[in-house]
Write a protein that binds this ligand. Structure first.
Ligand SMILES: O=C(O)CCC(=O)C(=O)O
Ligand SMILES: [Mn+2]
Length: 234
C-alpha cells in the first residue's frame, strides 16, 4: 500500500456566512496567490496536516472492501434525554492489548489488529513520524449516519495528541469549530485522504461529521491514536 503526501496546507476558497453568530468557512486545498486567502489570514486555523490523495484510488477501494469484511462491527448505544438509542454509525476499536481506553465510563479493551488495519497503521506511522497503539474505526452506512461535536481529550491521549484520520469510501464533510471564536473550518474528507490532527487541535477545537441525507454511499474512517496505558508513562 503506498501513501502519497501531496500537500499540507489549506486555504480559504469560499465566503464566510455569518449564521447564529458563527463564522463558517469552507477550505479546500491550497492555491498559492489566491486573493481570497488574505481576507481570512487572521482567522484561527487548526494545527492539521492534510493529504487529500494519500492512497491511490485502487488501494483505497480495496481497503474499504476488506475492512467491511474483516472488522468485527459493533452497534453501540448512547444515552439521550429520551432514553438509550443506537449510535448513528457502527464502530470497532482495535489495538495493543494494554491500550485500554475509558470512554463514557466504559472500559474498552481493544480487539487485536486485523490485516488491513495493521497495514494502514504502518503507513500512517510512516507519514506522521509517530507511533499509534490503537484505532477507533467508524462506519457511516449512509449520509444519515453521523458523529456529533466532540474533542478527543481523554487523559489517556495526553495533552497534544497526534491523531491520524484516514477516510475511505464516499466523501463526507468534517467540521472543526474553534472553541473561543466559533469559527468553523470545513473539510471534505474524500476516500483515500489522510488528515493529521496535532498540537492544540483537540484542546482548542471541537469536530463533527454532520448528517448529509443526500449522500447515499458508505464511508469508513479510522482514527489512529497513542493511548498511554493506565499506570504507565510513555
Ligand atoms: O469520521 C470522522 O472523520 C471523524 C471520526 C472522529 O472524530 C473520531 O473517531 O473521534
Ligand atoms: Mn474525534
Amino acid at each position: 500500500m503506498t501513501a502519497q503526501a501531496t500537500g499540507v496546507s489549506v486555504v480559504v476558497v469560499a465566503a464566510i456566512i455569518a449564521r447564529f453568530s458563527l463564522a463558517h468557512v469552507s477550505r479546500t486545498q491550497s492555491h498559492s496567490g489566491n486573493l481570497m486567502a488574505d481576507l481570512f489570514d487572521d482567522l484561527p486555523a487548526p494545527d492539521v496536516d492534510w493529504y487529500p490523495e494519500w492512497l491511490a484510488p485502487e488501494a483505497a477501494a480495496r481497503a474499504l472492501a476488506q475492512l467491511i469484511g474483516e472488522v468485527e462491527w459493533r452497534q453501540d448505544m448512547m444515552g439521550t434525554p429520551a432514553g438509550r438509542v443506537p449510535l448513528p454509525r457502527l464502530t470497532a476499536w482495535q489495538g495493543e492489548p494494554d491500550a485500554v481506553y475509558v470512554y463514557s465510563g466504559i472500559r474498552n479493551v481493544p480487539q487485536p489488529w486485523t490485516a488491513t488495519v495493521a497495514e494502514l497503521r504502518a503507513a500512517a506511522e510512516a507519514s506522521c513520524h509517530a507511533r499509534f497503539n490503537s484505532v477507533l474505526i467508524n462506519r457511516y452506512r449512509s449520509g444519515t449516519d453521523s458523529m456529533g461535536w466532540h474533542a478527543d481529550r481523554e487523559p489517556e491521549l495526553g495533552t497534544q495528541p497526534v491523531i491520524a484520520s484516514i477516510s475511505l469510501g464516499v466523501a463526507r464533510t468534517f467540521d472543526l469549530r474553534h472553541n473561543k471564536t466559533g469559527v468553523v473550518q470545513s473539510f471534505s474528507l474524500k476516500g483515500g485522504s489522510l488528515l493529521v490532527m496535532k498540537g492544540n487541535t483537540q484542546a482548542d477545537w471541537r469536530h463533527r461529521v454532520p448528517k448529509e441525507p443526500r449522500v447515499a454511499g458508505e464511508r469508513i474512517n479510522l482514527t489512529f491514536r497513542w493511548v498511554t496505558p493506565r499506570g504507565a508513562t510513555r
